[in-house]
Ligand binder design. Structure first.
Ligand SMILES: C[S@@+](CC[C@H](N)C(=O)[O-])C[C@H]1O[C@@H](n2cnc3c(N)ncnc32)[C@H](O)[C@@H]1O
Length: 385
């Protein structure tokens, strides 16, 4: 008969990505969920009122899981192919079994099935703290759209960095990170899923939110992830390191312009920016030359937003980026669904000049200025060599 130690050793050697201890038997916890994380396991231990977390390094996993199991009567564990079960009967006998894998709890739910870049088996611990996921790995209904957007973002990142040396630490900045769901997920994706080094920085105006994000990063030992409270307009890369990737997700209005300006200023290799609340042209532009859109309402608002992003794209092109504006996620998930993707590229001067001409002609037509254009102009980035 298999002993519990043998069962646990076997499950670990078979590469279990999730292990659940249940059937409380007089111990301290009601349920313990262990998710494979960075070679070891990340445990979520639930009492009636609280959740406790513990990181278990690989060399201690077998002994610690056995210890935790002392308060339980049942273990379920999953690897890609199988579900393993062990149950202690009332008479103290251990019954073990193995059968073809059914979905582990975290894999259930449509929103997870579609998120193919993030393993559907893993709880992302900080997201549990942030209320995005339940402790057993389900994305909360209210967060489905955000989670879907972030997964889409990961796909774009993955495609961009495909050819980057896997051992080189990438420097990523998230401007207007807010509650930082995206920042944490990208960091987790790089470090735990892709197993590649990254240094990430999140910047936002909200001091309380940034303090919470910093504490959360510290709690999970995310050494390469840091947060700063401040204005994107005042950003300075502290140690002068080159920036690989600038990301923005719904950085409001001109905050996107300052982020793009910083990307250009620091020569970021890649930019992924999903703008929102493009109020500037809607407020300041003179649409009389475009009477089709001059309704003082939704047409003007939409036209202003499209013109803003198109001008941003052209300015990025002039500054030496190969750019594309594309649909980010389906409109049914967010109306803010345009993504500006930019990669540094050796573009012909003729092409760059044509882009600048397009942007400036639009601004002339609208008899207005636009923040990214102004910043680039004031700082000499539009001077033609
Ligand atoms: C709509 S939220 C998006 C947050 C996050 N990126 C996300 O998608 O969940 C926009 C964030 O941009 C921040 N923000 C706006 N203007 C900013 C500025 N000038 N400097 C820094 N952060 C700014 C706001 O504080 C807010 O948290």
């Amino acid at each position: 008969m298999e002993t519990i130690s043998e069962f646990i050793e076997n499950v670990l050697s078979e590469g279990a990505y999730k292990i659940v201890l249940s059937g409380p038997a007089g111990g301290e916890y009601r349920r313990v969920t262990l998710n494979f994380d960075r070679g070891g396991y990340f445990a979520e231990k639930l009492t009636a009122k609280q959740a406790f977390h513990e990181r278990i390094p690989p060399e201690k996993a077998a002994a610690r899981i056995e210890e935790l199991f002392e308060g339980f009567s049942q273990i379920n564990a999953w690897n890609k192919a199988s579900e393993f079960t062990a149950r202690v009967t009332k008479k103290g006998k251990l019954l073990t079994g193995r059968h073809a894998a059914s979905a582990a709890p975290a894999a259930q739910g449509a929103q997870r099935e579609k998120s193919y870049l993030l393993s559907s088996s893993e709880v992302i611990p900080p997201l549990v703290d942030m209320g995005v996921m339940t402790p057993d790995g389900r994305v909360r209904a209210a967060m489905n759209d955000k989670f879907r957007q972030i997964n889409r973002f990961l796909e774009f990142i993955d495609e961009l960095i495909e050819k980057e040396d896997e051992d080189r630490e990438l420097n990523v900045i998230d401007f207007g990170c807010g509650k930082s769901y995206l920042t944490f997920i990208v960091y987790y994706y790089f470090t735990a899923v892709k197993k590649r080094p990254v240094r990430m920085t999140g910047i936002d105006l909200k001091e309380d939110v940034i303090a919470f994000c910093s504490a959360t990063a510290q709690k999970y030992g995310y050494d390469g992830l840091r947060f700063f409270a401040g204005d994107i307009a005042d950003f300075a890369e502290q140690d002068g390191r080159p920036i690989d990737l600038v990301i923005t997700l719904h950085a409001c209005d001109a905050a996107t312009d300052y982020a793009l300006y910083n990307a250009i200023r620091y020569g970021a290799k890649y930019v992924l920016s999903v703008p929102c609340c493009q109020h500037e042209l809607n407020t300041n532009a003179d649409f009389s030359a475009l009477p089709l859109f001059d309704d003082g309402g939704i047409l003007r608002e939409r036209a202003a937003a499209l013109l803003t992003d198109s001008i941003r794209q052209k300015l990025l092109t002039f500054c030496g980026y190969s750019t594309r504006v594309m649909e980010f996620v389906d409109l049914s998930h967010t109306p803010k669904n345009m993504l500006i993707r930019a990669k540094k590229a050796p573009l012909p001067m003729k092409h760059r000049l044509a882009a600048l001409k397009d942007a400036e002609e639009a601004l002339d037509l609208l008899k207005t200025e636009q923040t990214l254009h102004r910043l680039l102009k004031e700082n000499g980035y539009l001077d033609i060599e």
